[in-house]
Design a protein around this ligand. Structure first.
Ligand SMILES: CC(C)(COP(=O)(O)OP(=O)(O)OC[C@H]1O[C@@H](n2cnc3c(N)ncnc32)[C@H](O)[C@@H]1OP(=O)(O)O)[C@@H](O)C(=O)NCCC(=O)NCCS
Length: 192
């Protein structure tokens, strides 16, 4: 990956939007998103049975329906995938542009939210996630989001490491529903 071009993906990969008319791509992303959530909750709760009890409505169909709704809002809801030259999906990032909130004076400008970032284990440590992260930051900043937030489980060290390398800082820790950090990245701070 060239250091000079933050949009560039590592050699052998390219970034593009999820193909809305490809049910296979959507299902793949739902499956890997669900797996990471379930793995984390099992890790925090001790067993899959316990995790399932705590999130009884967490199903492929429910998550797919949510993603399908969000895919209809490309101005604010981005689904970006990293694909190999053979067309295999190696990773994805889902992020949102949040409108200004007239009721919250500190949120007078749009902000960004990193909903999820995932790279398949067989494609890790090649810079795929970094390229997705750079793409997200540029897309959100171009739309006026100087602040980007993410909630990340406290046990997800690789993702927290990636986020901090891209300018995010942990601002608070929360215990419910599972221990997680709120991380923020502020463009103005980084430029000062
Ligand atoms: C966190 C995660 C996204 C990182 O993906 P990745 O593609 O491996 O990330 P990158 O390759 O950009 O960076 C990871 C490491 O590889 C290194 N790296 C990048 N390119 C490299 C290369 N060409 N050669 C060697 N190392 C490289 C990076 O420096 C970084 O090193 P570090 O971990 O020692 O700091 C991935 O581990 C993952 O998907 N984890 C699960 C995330 C999850 O739970 N998501 C759901 C949350 S809701």
């Amino acid at each position: 990956m060239s250091q000079g071009d933050p949009f560039e993906a590592p050699h052998g990969y390219s970034l593009r939007r999820l193909q809305i008319d490809s049910p296979g791509e959507l299902d793949l992303i739902v499956s890997s998103s669900m797996k990471t959530v379930l793995d984390t909750i099992v890790e925090l709760e001790g067993s899959e049975e316990r995790a399932r009890q705590l999130i009884p409505n967490f199903s492929h169909a429910q998550m797919r329906a949510m993603y399908a709704r969000d895919l209809e809002r490309p101005d604010s809801h981005q689904f970006v995938v990293a694909a190999t030259e053979a067309g295999e999906i190696a990773g994805h990032a889902i992020y949102f542009l949040r409108p200004p909130d007239p009721h919250a004076p500190t949120q007078a400008a749009p902000s960004g939210y990193l909903f999820t970032l995932y790279v398949d284990p067989s494609h890790r440590k090649r810079g795929v996630a970094s390229s997705l992260m750079n793409h997200m930051i540029s897309w959100l900043e171009a739309r006026g989001a100087a602040l980007i937030e993410a909630h990340t489980h406290v046990t997800n060290a690789p993702l927290i490491g990636l986020e901090t390398r891209h300018g995010f800082a942990i601002v608070s820790k929360h215990e419910k529903p599972w221990p997680h950090f709120l991380l923020q990245r502020t463009t103005a701070e980084r430029r000062s």
